[in-house]
Design a protein around this ligand. Sequence first.
Ligand code: ATP
Length: 270
Amino acid sequence: PSGMREIMLEVPKVYWSDIGGQGEVKARLKEAIQLPLENPSLFTSMGINPPKGVLLYGPPGCSKTLFAKALATESGLNFIAVKGPELFNKYVGESEKAVRNVFKRARQNSPSIIFFDEIDSLTTSRSSGNSGGSVSERVLAQLLTELDGIDQLCRVSVVAATNRPDIIDPALLRPGRFDRILYVPPPDFDSRCAIFDIQLKKMQVNSKDVTPNVLAEMTEGFSGAEVVSFCQEAAISAMEDDVNTKVVELKHFKQVRSGFKMHITKEMIQ
Ligand code: ATP
């Protein structure tokens, strides 16, 4: 990889209401990030350090990125997204500089939130170089330095995500770093209903037999992303059936279901 060309700054437009279900995770994230940002005195008056970094882990496609974006949207934070592997640069010193720049940019644009996706790529055990100075060790060390340097006055929040919590470097999880760890599970029945509810409002379905309940029953084990693509594939199937059709029927969902490939395996679930 050639490293990061530029640090993308965006103001997302994802609201809590765009995330179906997952109420428990929503509540805990609001408490960990929104509350301390909006009421810092609540924490300082009690002598509590608000959580600094939040680590979201869980199977792919289950709304970790959506959560980070919703936090930014709903609290009016600038959003800086970084994928772990993007930080690696073959030129000596460039990777550390990239990490420093991310935090610098975040401070300059505060209040802001840095979202580190695939944080597991920053682990020393994966290092390919010689011991004592591989790129991954230096990147990790720089990240730890930057995390330790953040204080509440910076108004910079940090959220990281991974599908592989088992290989996260323990140094990242010490107090004052990613010290709030939240599991984001696959959507349960109620959450799937809520996601279907959002999706069906954007589609034309035969509402007599196509209901969020019926579809949620059919999709045990699906990720949120799979629930969304299931709806899209059913609409495509309806169109293929009849190009003039405007309405998706239950039979189209059933057709798609029979060949649908799910990606969440037992090992990914806690
Ligand atoms: P990865 O680990 O692969 O990065 P992720 O957990 O970050 O995945 P997201 O990128 O947040 O997953 O979700 C992927 C897509 O799936 C979203 O853009 C959205 O379309 C859909 N999706 C996932 N969960 C939900 C949900 N709870 N409500 C609505 N849409 C969802």
